[in-house]
Each structure stands twice: as structure tokens, then as C-alpha cells.
Design a protein around this ligand. Structure first.
Ligand SMILES: Cc1cc2nc3c(=O)[nH]c(=O)nc-3n(C[C@H](O)[C@H](O)[C@H](O)COP(=O)(O)OP(=O)(O)OC[C@H]3O[C@@H](n4cnc5c(N)ncnc54)[C@H](O)[C@@H]3O)c2cc1C
Length: 290
């Protein structure tokens, strides 16, 4: 199928892009990598009359550490993230996740901002951002605002971004030493969306006690899901097979997967439990080397 015809705008500044979004209102959509939007337009699930291409706006592709935060520009592409040495050193989870997103062609174009703004629970970055306690920076006509990741995903393909707001940056607190992170998803074949995916970040103190834990789940709920009870099962005690099993059990109980071609509800819950256990072990292993 081919998309319905649309007007194409390519602003050179953020201010110009925001002005265009304001001018065309609901008829306009932001274009980043185009790897979610264009397929939806070809299927006519999305029929914007105007595309505001933000790819020529400078200053949106940075990956830097500043004031205890890792800052990633909304237009940073998966391929850039995959090879960002400092980011991967601080957060090895980004190496895990980018390798699992689609294929190199998609990763050369797809952006982290688009991945989050799309609001799809099947996308992989949302769970990672939940585990890492990220903050989304949105810029619009009223200026810039910070949206904690727990307030970002609203419902099916819906986020806290208002029309006319551009996701310009993601900020992630750099955790203390003794922290490790890991992501894995079960997929039917390379390049597929997750049957189930699990992101974990864990901080273990010198005394062996778990100081912090973040656990996000992919594609097993209508929205990306934080496994709150699983996190609580780990924090404030030593990491043991018992606490890990408890965290895995809670995550499988608290998610809400739908049966589809990727598997039954029961199968997906079982896979969540398996992946939670494995990712806690992997994150803890990395924490001990950090
Ligand atoms: C074959 C294929 C396989 C894929 N497999 C996976 C996978 O396994 N895992 C995965 O996570 N993803 C997967 N994707 C999706 C891919 O990662 C997309 O690139 C990503 O979801 C959207 O990023 P984008 O930059 O392409 O955004 P676009 O497609 O340009 O935009 C997506 C949506 O977000 C909005 N938007 C984009 N950027 C911004 C911004 N900065 N501020 C506000 N709104 C914005 C757009 O208006 C649009 O509504 C796959 C895509 C394809 C085509």
C-alpha cells in the first residue's frame, strides 16, 4: 500500500519545527527515523496531512554525561547508541537492547526519541527506560518540561507528550559503583518484536545488600510495565535465589499479556518469570565487576 498524500516540511531549527506543529495542529506529525510512522502511513493507520521532519535540526543527537546524568538526544539513532562507548560502559544494557531491535537497516535510521514517543508496549526502549529511571525532556511552545518515565506511558500508543511537543532528550541518572544492568527479549526469530522482554538494573552495596532495583517489562501489558512488587522483593536484603524467585513470580503475576501468534497468556507469563531470573543474575554479575 502507499500512504495518502501529505505535505512535507523540513525545518532547520527547533523553534521552526514547533511553530509548524502549532500552525498545522492535529494534521501534523513529527517524522524522525520513520520506521514506525511510515509503515503505519502505508497501512493507512496514520494519515497525517503534514509531516514535520526533524532530522535537519542540529543539537538533537548528543550522547554525553553531565552533572551525574547521561543525556541522550531524541534523534540519537540506534546504531549510534550501540557504539557509544561511554554509554555502554555505564549502562551495558544499551548494548543488549540495541542489538535486539530489528535489523541494521532499521537501527541505522530509528531513533531513541521515536522509539519512546511511539508509545508502543512492544518497543524495547520503554522497559529499559523504566529500569533506568529515566526522565524525558519535551520541548514545545511553552518551553521545556521534564516528564518522569513513570508518568510518560499512558495507554495504547499514548504518551504524556502533548501535541506540538518534541521529545528532545532523555536523561538517565548515572548510578553508583556496584550497579549492573541487563536486557533480553524472547523473539520468534531475529528482528521480531518481543514475545516478552525484561530490563533490569540493580545496585548492590559493599555489604551485599540490594540498594536499588529497577525492572521493566516489554510487550506483556497494554503499556510498558514497571514490575513494582518484583523490585520491592529485592531491595533492602541480600540477593538470594529465594528473593530472585520471588521477584520472578511477582512479575509473572503482575503483567497482563494477551494471547497472540507469539504465544498464549500462560506461556508469556512463564517466559517473564524465566527472563526476570536471568536478567537479575546477569545484572548482578555485571554489578560485581563494576
Ligand atoms: C521491520 C521493523 C522491525 C522493528 N523491530 C523493532 C524491535 O524489535 N524493537 C523495537 O523497539 N522497535 C522495532 N521497530 C521500530 C523501530 O525501532 C522504530 O524506528 C521506532 O519505533 C520509532 O523510531 P523512529 O525514529 O523510526 O520514529 P518515527 O517512525 O519517525 O516516529 C514514530 C512516532 O513517534 C513520533 N515521534 C518521533 N520522534 C519524535 C520526537 N522526537 N518527539 C515527539 N514525537 C516523535 C512520530 O510522530 C510518530 O508518531 C521495528 C521497525 C521495523 C520497520
Amino acid at each position: 500500500m502507499i500512504p495518502q498524500s501529505f505535505q512535507y516540511e523540513s525545518p532547520g531549527t527547533l523553534a521552526e519545527a514547533i511553530q509548524l506543529l502549532h500552525q498545522y495542529g492535529d494534521e501534523a506529525k513529527i517524522l524522525s527515523g520513520g520506521h514506525s510512522l511510515i509503515p503505519m502511513m502505508k497501512l493507512r493507520f496514520a494519515t497525517p496531512e503534514v509531516l514535520v521532519d526533524i532530522n535537519n535540526i542540529p543539537g538533537l543527537t548528543h550522547i554525553v554525561e553531565e552533572n551525574g546524568k547521561m543525556k541522550i538526544g531524541g534523534l540519537a539513532r540506534e546504531a549510534e547508541i550501540e557504539h557509544a562507548d561511554l554509554l555502554i560502559k555505564r549502562f551495558p544494557i544499551f548494548k543488549d537492547v540495541t542489538k535486539l531491535i530489528a535489523d541494521p537497516q532499521v537501527r541505522n535510521r530509528g531513533t531513541i526519541g521515536g522509539n519512546l514517543a511511539h508509545g508502543d508496549a512492544a518497543n524495547d526502549h520503554p522497559a529499559v527506560m523504566l529500569a533506568l529511571n529515566a526522565t524525558v525532556i519535551a520541548t514545545g511552545a511553552e518551553g521545556t518540561r521534564e516528564i518522569p518515565i513513570d508518568e510518560f506511558f499512558f495507554g495504547f500508543y499514548t504518551t504524556a507528550l502533548q501535541h506540538g511537543e518534541i521529545l528532545t532528550e532523555i536523561q538517565i541518572p548515572v548510578p553508583p559503583s556496584g550497579t549492573g544492568s541487563a536486557y533480553h527479549k524472547l523473539e520468534r526469530k531475529v528482528g521480531d518484536y518481543a514475545t516478552a522482554g525484561v530490563a533490569v538494573q540493580i545496585t548492590i552495596g559493599d555489604d551485599g545488600i540490594v540498594k536499588a532495583a529497577g525492572i521493566g517489562l516489554t510487550n506483556v501489558n497494554p503499556t510498558p510495565l514497571r514490575a513494582v512488587r518484583s523490585e520491592q522483593a529485592l531491595i533492602g536484603k541480600p540477593l538470594t535465589e529465594h528473593s530472585i524467585a520471588e521477584a520472578a513470580q511477582y512479575a509473572s503475576e503482575d503483567c497482563n499479556p494477551s494471547a497472540d501468534l507469539r504465544g498464549s497468556e500462560e506461556y508469556k507469563r512463564a517466559m517473564v518469570a524465566v527472563l526476570v531470573k536471568r536478567m537479575i543474575h546477569e545484572a548482578a554479575n555485571r554489578a560485581s565487576n563494576n
